[in-house]
Design a protein around this ligand. Structure first.
Ligand code: NOJ
Length: 533
């Protein structure tokens, strides 16, 4: 694993909405370069930039038309190179977002494969042998698109045809299902490497891999998909040992087996994002739109919902790869800040920034940006659109995002006069931004808190608070305590926990020694980090 992942604190940038330097109302790569000093001062040392390749933007760039070209609205390949150089000069690594599972319907490879006459791209996508095939088990078909007498398999939206990596278990009843070693799938696999090589040679530091588990079809245990990625990893280890891969898989044991250095815990599955930060409505009394997640003032959340899923995955992946927790991302709505104040958010960050694995902060979450409701969906964003609005750099109608007129902006800025912004929070020592900065600095100062430090639960009970855990690394032991509930909480812990506890962050008087035990008492919505002596 590249050494730099040990200390990585990632930040996800949705480039359209970050910072616009050419006044067209859309963020761009020079805009990211212009904000590197800000990111560096926050303590960020790694970026993930959502797809910035040429695209018709029917799914915000997750529909690539040319993998080898930066979308003109974001700049040029030369701007990308400059971005990598400028980031590296500040100790910041840059991951690009690679979409290997599908292209745009406008991609010339797909256009060629859609032709009636056989050509070199005919087998680059998955086509049935008749335009009248209406269904195929486990696959989604689009009919009647092409001159070719076939229906194509889509990977996501209709406009995202699946590239052909073959089938793990081709069904003999469907001769169009090619095995993974057929010439078409093998060519596509080679092209995937060519694309990665191209951007790595230009200076990027790796990739976030979109829908990483989706490549080989009819592969229920991901056997062939895992084998495919293992080959990629072998090649990277040999030729680009510093390059990092993070997968959108949301099953870290499989992803790390496949060779990914990191995998996200996302909102699919109860053990993940949802149980911590935003559960869907589950009918519980006292809830309406959402269920009770752990970080909820009501105190009705249950940390065991997270731990029961997390702990087995943590022990299975320890020493093999990292489980990455996120504040949110461009697919998650509403943002973390909705329904939470600065104190609640601070606790969420305190947790994220003291857990193992590399943390990922979604742009704007560091200031508590909200999700805008009722926006007209943009570029296939649908309900996700409201979490993709322009970064709020300053007060005022343009939010410091762009000099274009606001009606030209990619998406409207939050019109709330009290909306959070970077400039105001930079000069307020109590702001969320300053607290996040302090927590990142704390993580950087203590190897035990970083990616590979060990994690052990000290106190966690279903429906009880606080939640207490221990991190260890580099000869240091650190204790983290959390109480997201509005009311105070207390617990007695064994005296053997520590000789003494030195506060590093948060509540300084939470622990008192009483005879043979430690008495931990935390006020409502509070937490702390302590060095164990
Ligand atoms: C996952 C991405 O995060 C999402 O934004 C996109 O729409 C789909 N994959 C399809 O590529």
């Amino acid at each position: 694993m590249p050494k730099w992942l040990d200390t990585a604190v990632f930040y996800e940038i949705y480039p359209q909405s970050y910072y616009d330097t050419n006044d067209d109302g859309i963020g761009d790569l020079p805009g990211i370069i212009a904000k590197l000093d800000y990111l560096q001062s926050l303590g960020i040392n790694a970026l993930w930039i959502n797809p910035c390749f040429d695209s018709p933007f029917q799914d915000a760039g997750y529909d690539v038309r040319d993998y080898y070209r930066i979308a003109p609205r974001y700049g040029t390949n030369d701007d990308a190179r400059r971005l990598f150089e400028a980031a590296h000069a500040r100790g910041i690594r840059v991951l690009l977002d690679l979409v290997p599972g599908h292209t745009s319907i406008e991609h010339p490879w797909f256009q060629a494969s859609a032709r009636h006459r056989r050509n070199e791209y005919s087998d680059w996508f998955i086509w049935t042998d008749s335009g009248w095939t209406w269904d195929a088990p486990g696959l989604r078909l689009i009919n009647g698109y092409a001159e070719r007498d076939g229906s194509y398999i889509t990977n996501f939206f209709y406009c995202q045809p699946a590239l052909n990596y073959g089938f793990a278990n081709p069904d003999p009843r469907y001769p169009w299902q090619q095995p993974v070693d057929a010439p078409g799938p093998q060519r596509v696999r080679q092209e995937l490497r060519n694309i990665m090589k191209f951007w790595l040679d230009l200076g990027c530091d790796g990739f976030r891999i979109d829908m990483a588990a989706s490549l080989v079809k009819t592969d229920p245990a991901w056997t062939e998909t895992i084998r495919l990625w293992q080959e990629v990893r072998l090649w990277l280890d040999r030729d680009y040992p510093e390059a990092a891969l993070v997968s959108e898989w949301s099953h870290p044991p499989s992803a790390t087996k496949a060779g990914f250095h990191m995998d996200f815990l996302l909102h699919f599955g109860s053990a993940a994002y949802s149980s911590l930060f935003r559960k869907p409505y589950d009918g519980s009394a006292g809830t309406d739109k959402y269920g009770f997640s752990f970080f909820d003032r009501s105190g009705h959340g249950n940390i065991m919902e997270f731990l029961d899923g997390y702990l087995p995955q943590y022990s299975e992946t320890q020493g093999k790869g990292l489980i990455c927790l996120i504040t949110g991302n461009h697919d998650i709505t509403p943002r973390l800040a909705v329904g939470r104040g600065a104190d609640d958010l601070e606790l969420c960050f305190l947790f994220l920034l003291t857990m193992p694995g590399a943390p990922f902060i979604y742009y704007g979450d560091e200031i508590g940006m909200r999700t805008l409701d009722s926006l007209t969906p943009k570029e296939g964003g649908l309900s996700r659109t409201g979490s993709r609005t322009p970064m709020q750099w300053e007060p005022g109608p343009k939010a410091g995002f762009s000099s274009a007129e606001p009606d030209q902006f990619y998406l409207p800025v939050d019109s709330d006069p009290d909306r959070p912004n970077v400039a105001t929070q930079l000069v307020d020592p109590q702001s969320l931004l300053q607290r996040v900065r302090a927590l990142i600095a704390l993580r950087h100062a203590h190897p035990a808190l970083q990616s590979s430090g060990t994690f052990e639960v000290v106190y966690a009970e279903a429906g009880r608070l606080p939640f207490v855990y221990k991190r260890q690394g580099d000869g240091e032991t650190i204790l983290v305590v959390l109480n997201p509930r509005e009311q105070s909480c207390e617990v007695r812990l064994e005296a053997s926990l520590a000789q003494s506890l030195e506060v590093l962050y948060g509540q300084s008087d939470a622990f008192t020694r009483e005879g043979g035990t430690w008495h931990l008492q935390l006020p409502g919505v509070s937490g702390g980090v302590y060095c164990v002596r």
